[in-house]
Design a protein around this ligand. Structure first.
Ligand code: BGC
Length: 743
């Protein structure tokens, strides 16, 4: 449709029809494929609102979506297609590693391809929009949703999430539409949801404007630059104003400054929650606050549909404000080509051909292997597939729930377990599975849960005996330990980021009979692994690695692939250190910035990770020691050599420190990374450009600028690299007229 036709359509709509375009229904309204009016009571809306609803979330399946769309359009006066949205996070049916794991790959190509494959599978299933990526910067391991982020660093986060946006949306067609096989991407949760106090989900975020702008906004902005079609407002409050009622955030920062012109959606019921937040006394007041703040779509409540028409009639909401929001929704439908083809890619034959196809599984397998982070290895890894003395055991050894908490469409039955993967690579290995999840808190009221808890406890006791007995006579024990998938994710924050106690007891019992332990750590967040580090011969983080997890783990364990991931979040010594991140600020007493019972640095820092070979770095070379403000870039380079016996990949990382400035600056910040592959004895030169733009920050006067002075450039394989060179940023430039500072 042409823009003028959209405007004409808008003009032809009643106030009620307009408000309904902003209504997003939950799947409950269509759970048997038909429209259900029952849930309308909770929403406070009329059956006509349901008929005219602009979008629905959480429904999938080509046949079902076609039916719903067809019936819905037939019921309406204007036959406007609905938008079908869902959380397609780390894959659709073919689950990829969780986003935190993808961060560990330091490979934006993987993020891009994973999103592209997810979009392909979801679009043939009838979906139009994904609520992804989550660009929230995550520095507090207690927060359950760190698993949905790409970690603690703004630059890594920006690069990875922007790649995801491109993967989901693909290249636009010549007439500006989202191409077949792609989804519109909705970046979330705007803004700074990841900084919630104490890691408690849905909690207030209290950060300065400087910190917000300097660190937290970067990745959302990168996603918007990459073309994200939608933005989701956060559940949380920012400096005491809920994001869904924050015009400064949604209108000034997002629209005026970041130039975002797509649709903004609330998070689930977050408009109605303005009442619980205590900023609105009822649903009408909540609707008024949210529409004024700039939220276009009301997810899963009837606040807008039930109240906006009356608010317009009462003169409290200008009709132009409503029109603006509706037009954005219509434009999105148009961008997806729905006015021409309301079913877009929904196609049952394609679903059969594409979903979980070999090609997708193959990519998911390679992606998973590339995300693993090897923290320790005294040479015991890789193992030999011909070995008959290997025991693989623990709660993740025979477990199909490897897809992570947000892979809502992926199924256990389609997942390759560790047992399957290991048995193919090492037919003589003995594999002993165990229950994965023993709830920390037992709900005594819930009889079913109580019964399961007792059953699991019995099973754990029984299998623990079997594991210890098998370990006693084994050559090597691979223990799968960590967090079950339901121990991270939304509303799954923890006060203690340790491995569950019963698993550590198992580890100690096995260690008492066999010192050759390799620990595979399954997790959705950084965990405290100090005693494992001290005792195990190898320790590798395998996250929640998706549908092909079992194959990928076997590939790396038995040396078909080498690990090449680096930590996207620092792993603490203890929960008390959290939040702990590498780009912390300079203090007056760096040597004393520690605890009585723990150092001031983490157990494993951001960017850290080994592989099956060793790399040697040359000294950092700079093309010049002076960078002129407004002048040309300089370049920093190193030569990296594989000094070991196996081929391997290394993530070469460049960090910059601003030594003196008008405000305190982080001790260093990641400004570039490159993943390279080297064969034994091979050497490569890796060069990074250093631009003046990289040195900019919010100065004491809140001006985004660089300040002359000394800078240090660190290049190495981790955020604690010591290999460095210095340069100076000078004020003068002689290109196009010299400017000199007079002292
Ligand atoms: C989450 C969002 C998600 C939405 C829809 C909310 O609870 O915070 O991230 O997109 O639900 O499922």
């Amino acid at each position: 449709m042409e823009e003028r036709e959209l405007v004409k359509l808008l003009k032809d709509m009643s106030l009620e029809e307009k408000a309904d375009q902003l209504l997003q229904l939950s799947a409950d309204f269509f759970s048997d494929g038909e429209m259900l009016t029952g849930p309308a009571l909770d929403f406070g809306i009329e059956p006509s609102d349901i008929e005219n609803a602009g979008s629905v979330l959480g429904v999938s399946g080509a046949e079902k979506i076609r039916d719903i769309q067809k019936n819905q359009m037939a019921r309406q006066r204007h036959h406007i297609p609905m938008l079908f949205m869902a959380d397609v996070i780390n894959g659709f049916k073919t689950a990829f590693p969780i986003p935190l794991a993808l961060g560990a790959s330091f490979n934006p190509d993987i993020a891009y391809t994973g999103a592209k494959i997810a979009a392909k599978e979801a679009s043939v299933s009838g979906l139009h929009v994904t609520f992804a990526p989550m660009a929230d910067l995550a520095r507090d391991a207690r927060w359950g949703r760190v698993m949905e982020s790409c970690g603690e660093d703004k630059y890594l986060n920006s690069v990875m999430t922007a790649a995801m946006v491109k993967g989901y949306q693909g290249e636009m067609t010549e007439d500006g539409k989202i191409a077949n096989g792609h989804l519109a991407s909705c970046v979330k949760h705007f803004a700074a949801y990841g900084a919630c106090e104490g890691g408690r989900d849905y909690n207030n975020t209290e950060i300065s404007e400087r910190t917000l702008r300097e660190d937290y906004l970067s990745a959302y902005e990168a996603c918007i630059k990459a073309g994200a079609s939608m933005v989701m407002a956060a559940f949380s409050t920012l400096n005491r104003i809920p994001a869904s009622a924050n015009p400064w955030l949604l209108r000034k920062v997002l629209r005026d400054e970041m130039k975002f012109d797509g649709a903004v959606i609330s998070d689930w019921a977050s408009i109605e929650e303005l009442i619980s937040h205590g900023v609105a006394q009822d649903k009408a007041a909540a609707a008024l606050l949210a529409i004024k703040a700039g939220v276009d779509i009301d997810m899963a409540t009837g606040c807008y549909a039930a109240n906006l028409p009356a608010l317009v009639k009462a003169g409290k909401v200008p009709e132009a404000l409503l029109d603006e929001a509706v037009l954005r929704v219509l434009r999105l439908k148009n961008k997806l080509g729905l006015f021409e083809n309301p079913y877009k890619d929904a196609d049952e034959a394609a679903e059969k051909a594409v979903i979980l196809c070999d090609a997708h599984r193959k990519v998911a397998r390679a992606a998973a292997a590339e995300c693993f982070v090897l923290l320790e290895n005294d040479g015991i890894l890789p193992l030999d597939g011909r070995d008959d003395g290997i025991v693989v055991a623990g709660p993740f050894a025979d477990n199909g729930r490897l897809m992570g908490n947000w892979a809502v469409f992926a199924e256990e039955k389609d997942t390759v377990t560790v047992k399957t993967g290991v048995r193919k690579a090492c037919p003589l290995a003995k594999v002993i599975g165990m229950p994965e999840w023993i709830s920390d808190r037992l709900d005594a009221e819930d009889e079913e849960a109580l019964e399961k808890w007792h059953r699991d406890m019995e099973e754990i006791k029984r299998t623990s005996e079997a594991v210890v007995a098998a370990a006693a006579s084994a050559k090597t024990v691979v223990l799968t330990l960590g967090e079950a998938k339901d121990m991270s994710g939304e509303a799954h924050s923890r006060t203690d980021v340790s491995i569950p106690r019963w698993q550590m007891e198992l580890f100690e019992r096995v260690y008492a009979v066999n010192k050759n332990i390799i620990v595979l750590l399954f997790t959705g967040r950084p965990l405290c692994v100090k005693s494992i580090r001290d005792k195990a011969r190898a320790l590798m983080v395998v996250w929640h690695s998706g549908t092909e997890g079992g194959h990928a783990i076997a590939d790396v364990l038995f040396g078909k692939e080498a690990p090449s991931g680096k930590l996207p979040m620092s792993f603490p010594y203890s929960t008390g250190q959290v939040p702990i991140y590498y780009s912390c600020f300079s203090t007056g007493r760096p040597q004393l910035a520690k605890y009585l019972d723990a150092p001031g640095y983490p157990l494993y820092p951001f960017g850290y990770g080994k592989t099956y070979t060793e790399f040697e770095y040359s000294a950092v070379q700079l093309t010049a020691n002076v960078l002129h403000k407004g002048g040309k870039s300089i370049f920093a380079g190193v030569r990296v050599k594989n000094t070991g016996k196996r081929q391997g990949r290394e993530v070469v990382q460049m960090y910059i420190r601003d030594v003196t400035a008008s405000v305190i600056r982080p001790v260093r910040e990641l400004k570039g990374f490159k993943k390279i592959e080297l064969w034994p004895n091979e050497e490569k030169e890796v060069v990074f450009e250093i631009t003046e733009a990289m040195l900019k920050f919010y100065t004491a006067e809140m001006i985004y600028d660089s300040e002359p002075g000394r800078f240090e450039v660190y290049i190495g394989g981790s955020s604690d690299a010591v290999n460095k060179a210095d340069f100076v940023l000078e004020q003068d430039t002689c290109e196009g007229g010299c400017t000199y500072e007079l002292s």
